[in-house]
Ligand binder design. Sequence first.
Ligand code: SF4
Length: 383
Amino acid sequence: MNAGVYIHIPFCRSRCSYCDFATEMYQSEIAETYVDALCSEIHDWREIDKPATVDTIYFGGGTPSLLSTKQIKRSLGAVKDRFEVIDAPEISLEINPGDGGADPESRRATMRAWRSLGINRASFGAQTFDDRELKLLGRTHDSADVRKTFALLRDARFANINLDLIAGLPGQTMAGWKRNLDDALKLRPEHLSLYLLDVHEGTPLADQINRGMRPKPDDDLAAEMYATMIDQMCAAGYEHYEISNFCLPGFESRHNTKYWVGSPYYGFGNSAHSYDGARQRWANERDAAKYVEMIEQGDSAIVDRTILSDEETRSESIFLGLRLMKGIDLQTYESRFGKNLREEYNGELDRLRTAGLIEIEGELLKLTTRGALLSNEVFAALA
Ligand code: SF4
């Protein structure tokens, strides 16, 4: 199995009201020091004697598009020096609408420079096309920026673009959500990641909701939005291939699919996670400044390491595999683990099937639409 490389870039220009990621305010000198640390972490990486060949590289964050082209080039160079990378890997860059330069011409030039570095997939957080909702989320862009950014990316020959949208925002109506989907579909991106809003305690949005300044998210309405989104996306020719992800045929995120099928991935940067594709998972220090300090002192940035038991490996293969809408192949499961999943979970499978959360078609066990919405309940039953 080929591996993916994940590179975490923790900087953002401002903090969105719902965000609980490991991010920092962008400052150019700090970004340069961070990229130095990142490149030395990649250079000195010795976690696996014979790492798998790499066929995907993903710059996530944070806002990786805040890095200069030179910094992105250095990071990619470090990966190519350390790993065997196939000739035309999928290279994704998360960007923020409006990034890349002060005017359209310089933004277009930056995007062309990204393409010439081999970046062939752009992913950006539109979140919503309603400017009031964007303000509520504390986003710095407006819907016009999303459309402009999309057009500039196409001009720069990006033929694989992902948009993120969030459903279930406080005060969002079904009509508003459908308009968002229509607006996104008009752009015809190759990939859409559609999330239900998760309100994390400790974020400004959670605080506003707790103090009654914003309505509480309505779970029933969010469930209807989820079902509507599946209908609308499938009617528009998109494949619902993962709980929250849709694509035009052939445009699944190759990198993210590695997380669900158990392929190895090697993460670099603060808070990055890694998996050897078999038994070992490990994670880096979450705080960016501490991460840089550890690397500068010649220490490893790994702060957590787990060796999975047989039981954990099996249960992970179920709850990660079930995220893919094509489901789990029961025969493959049996040949891998020497156990019959139907017999192991007989009672639970019956209960979940009666509740309309799963279905078994031949040798494939998969989530129904309702099961995808209530996936945590399914995963808990099969843990
Ligand atoms: S741009 Fe993304 S990572 Fe940065 S603060 Fe907003 S949600 Fe968080």
